[in-house]
Design a protein. Sequence first.
Length: 281
Amino acid sequence: MPNQPLEPAGTQELIMRPSFETDHELPSTGSPDGPGAAVTPQNGEYTISVRSLWKVFGKNPERALEARNLQKSRPKIQQELNLVVALKDVTFEATTGETFVVMGLSGSGKSTLVRCLIRLIEATSGDILVDGENIIDYDSNQLRDFRRSKIAMVFQNFGLLPHKNVLDNAAYGLEVRGVGKEQRYEVASEMLAKVGLSGWERSYQRELSGGMQQRVGLARALALDPEILLMDEPFSGLDPLIRRQMRGELASLQEEIQKTIIFITHDLDEAVTVGDRIAIM
């Protein structure tokens, strides 16, 4: 499968690591070492390293990982074991400051993957290393600190609190963290300005368009100053014109903030617009 059409600006790098149901591994174009080889980061750092990640739904999911079942297809495992394989041996690395896009059709496991990265869904097997620490091993206190300090998520359905105004929504993560009112409002106002919502601080969700609501969600995540930003199809609920505008704004904003972004999408145009590298599930 040629990847040249995915590189119109000369910056995209296509890597293909299927999550399930394949008879052979597709090659990574980012490494000269052959199929399946890891891509060497340009700056020498991996913020996230996911290794052999599995998520199997059903009773006794470990059965899907037994040697005799590893090579079976997803439908075969479901038929024989009554288990649903959402993620099968997923491996990738995201480097510091890059936008890493995970693209795939509905049902390919994209949203399951991004929720495993923040442990909203617990993986069946595998490792998720963030700055060299395996978050799979975190206890509840470590996980809470990780979510408060290192990672934030922008949801597809905005996730705003309708009884709070724009400023309070943008400051909510800082409020949970225990930051004082004056300081969190100052930071939230700054982030709202970055996403183009200055002057809307006292408005409520019902007064905002879909694009504006998603900007509030993005400002809320940025206010936490996370090392990693997870974005689960954040623009899919918007109309095409607003979606295109939001893509461009995110790309411009990323040039300034330089966060490590894991961006989930099913849209090829969106993937090549916002992504530095693309993984296909």
